[in-house]
Design a protein around this ligand. Sequence first.
Ligand SMILES: *Cc1c(COP(=O)(O)O)cnc(C)c1O
Length: 353
Amino acid sequence: MRYLSEKAKKISPYTAGEQPKDKKYVKLNTNENPYPPSPKVRAAVEKFDPASLKLYPDPTAKALREAIGQAEGVPAENVFCGNGSDEILALCFPAFFDPDGDGAAFADITYSFYPVFCDFFGIPKRILPLDEDFTLDLEKLLALPAQGFVVANPNAPTGIGIPLGEVEGFVKKSGRLVILDEAYMPFFGESAVPLTKKYDNVLVVKTFSKGYSLAGIRCGYAIGDRSLIEGLERVRDCFNSYPVDSLCQAACAAAILDAEYYSRMNGLVIFEREQLRGALEKMGFFVLPSRSNFLFAKSNSLSGGKVYAGLKERGVLVRWFDKPKISDFVRITVGSAEENEKLLEALKDLLGR
Ligand SMILES: *Cc1c(COP(=O)(O)O)cnc(C)c1O
């Protein structure tokens, strides 16, 4: 610790889901898609010439932004690309919040990277407890003194979605920046991207990791008014002018233009999610209504920690957050039919004892 800055000594970093290598697990802990990426991604990667890697990528990722713009129905100049949406969210905090400002407002139970970013960049946090049923009361959020808001829709780890009409009412009334983290929107389908054309105070952040089966490639994007995109560009260029490599640009452009494939595959995920929810409820779990590719579930007999550990022992990984209000729950990624079956068998064995 001797050579570390005071900030590096004190910070508590985000903890990503574990990736243990001691044996082969049924991996339902990091919300990856169980299905492969579009065949068009494979074709784009095979066509890609490694010799071109000697050059830096296009720093503006123009071809990829054009593909995203086409798929999302917005001009390319309203699109910003980053090395995963986590990176874009990180850039948002210094781009849109001041250390001596009113702070960033978000829920107590939401993506746990937001408080980490606030602490790292020295931005005050305004934290709103979710209601008893784990829904977010937007009126209460609005009442907080804050420079802007960060809302995950659907929320993680609860999976609960906010209808677009309610999001629009909130954006309209807030008069401040609203950052919508739509990592799980491919499983919900009420994206606020259309609002970015009507309101200059809404920034939508999306990712290729979950809905496009490309978690391994690290790419995300943001859509918003040109002034917001410019803010992100300014901050990006203080860290890394080339966050999106050229192979990634080619693969993701191919992915986003294959809407037909992904709506079919994500439809399957949604179908499997509802099957799994039914099966868990039959086994005595309380399951929150999910609009994402995971379920947040609470056993009527075992604590969240026991469910997590018992499943791990049986070769199935799920995510458990040892935090107030949610320590009785586990977050289960919806896998393939076969993976979900293995989870249910492991649970039967665990609960049968
Ligand atoms: C997975 C996730 C992200 C991060 O996605 P990457 O693009 O892989 O960095 C962002 N927000 C939420 C809520 C997520 O669950």
